[in-house]
Design a protein around this ligand. Structure first.
Ligand SMILES: *Cc1c(COP(=O)(O)O)cnc(C)c1O
Length: 385
């Protein structure tokens, strides 16, 4: 394999070649697309340090691609800390953002060298009394977000009205206050929630500074930057325009960071599954694939996503159903599809499948998770699987 040449891994010939080499089901991860997504968001949010949130696809190649592109990391669990440590990532470029942590999670992150943590309630702030002088906090504030497809505002974050009280508690205990953070939820139609949250947090930063409650120089605007699934999303630069305007009004000394997950990896991977069998039922062709709702398509349940699916064959379109391999009735990927008649062994491609797919897959019924195949690891690199 020529390792210097860039390949387009989402083209039919390459998909067939990779399945012939690595089997099925596959998740083909294109690091060139990871880098392109990272750069696009960097252009849309100039001056903002982007911490890739590992949760949507915690794969070493993605972490390395982000790091090589100049990115930072958002770690939330001990497993993610261990992955970053194993890859030799500079811990100074990592923050720990889980609002609820066990002592061992804090200790593991500190031992690695991460010093910035997130808290959103008094008990969590008190946990840091033991680490005063060694760790500083971002306080996570919650802004109700009913418009987001994935709303995080109920489970995490304190009310904006409680944030200063929390900051005062931290100051009394001698814990450094870095600033405030929020996550407005994922896949919102526009950036209105981001703007509302930025403005509220700017006021909190100013008040905390006036009250001498700590360094208060960081605003973390979270993740949630959208991608298109069935319909193309608004271009990221247009989506971020109101955010750029809101950030431009912040005092110069405020450092702004973000925690993008989905946007970085969603478009960077496709799922490839194989037809294991087929049957005609009630006027539809049912195709049973070797990947499904309990595997890479788990995001259709957990993440409320609908991945665009297609096949590598042309022909007369017939009403069709794509089902997963398990014996469970809910394991159906898509119904009321129009597809050419497929044969056993044909490939089915799911697009936009990098985020919250493989990461949430299970091995229910002993069907293994898709094999991850990484291409274009380095700029100009075709191999490196
Ligand atoms: C999941 C998560 C993210 C990433 O969110 P996206 O919507 O995928 O961008 C960022 N920060 C925190 C704290 C998260 O839990």
């Amino acid at each position: 394999m020529n390792r210097k040449r860039y390949i387009e891994p989402f083209e039919p010939a390459q998909i067939r070649r990779l399945v012939a080499e690595f089997g099925s089901p596959l998740l083909i991860v294109d690091c060139a697309r990871v880098r392109a997504q990272f750069r696009a968001l960097q252009r849309a949010l100039p001056g903002v340090d982007l911490h890739y949130a590992l949760k949507p696809l915690p794969h070493p190649a993605v972490v390395q691609a982000v790091a090589a592109a100049g990115g930072w990391l958002d770690l939330a669990t001990t497993g993610e800390v261990q992955l970053a440590a194993r890859l030799g990532i500079d811990p100074g470029r990592c923050i720990h953002t889980h609002p609820i942590k066990r002592a061992r999670d804090i200790n593991n992150a500190l031992a690695y060298g991460v010093t910035t943590f997130v808290a959103d309630n008094p008990d969590e702030v008190r946990k840091f009394r033991a680490y005063a002088g060694r760790a500083s906090l971002l306080l996570r504030v919650s802004f109700r977000s009913p418009g987001a497809i994935c709303d995080l505002s109920r489970k995490f974050g304190c009310d904006p009205e409680q944030a200063l009280e929390l900051a005062r508690l931290g100051a009394r205990l001698g814990i450094g206050l870095r600033g405030f953070s929020f996550h407005v939820g994922s896949q919102a139609a526009d950036a209105a929630k981001h703007v509302e949250a930025i403005e509220a947090c700017a006021a909190l930063l100013a008040a905390a500074r006036r009250g001498r409650l700590g360094q208060c120089d960081t605003l973390d605007i979270g993740g949630g930057f959208p991608i298109g699934y069935d319909a193309p999303a608004t271009g990221i630069s247009r989506y971020c325009a109101p955010i750029r305007r809101a950030l431009a009004r912040l005092p110069r000394r405020v450092r702004v960071i973000a925690e993008p997950g989905r946007f970085i990896v969603g478009p960077a991977a496709i799922g490839v599954a194989t037809v294991m069998g087929r049957a005609q039922r009630e006027g539809h062709w049912w195709y049973y694939l070797d990947d499904g709702i309990y595997g890479s398509y788990s995001g259709q349940l957990y993440d409320h996503a609908r991945y665009p699916v297609g096949v590598l064959r042309e022909g007369v379109l017939l009403p069709s159903v794509l089902a997963g391999p398990t014996c469970d009735g809910i394991d159906v990927i898509a119904e009321a599809l129009q597809l050419p008649k497929l044969n056993i062994g044909d490939l089915v491609i799911g697009r936009q499948m990098g985020a919250y797919t493989w990461a949430t897959a299970s091995t229910f019924n002993f069907f293994p998770k898709a094999t991850i195949v990484v291409v274009n690891r380095q700029p100009g690199d075709a191999g490196g699987v």
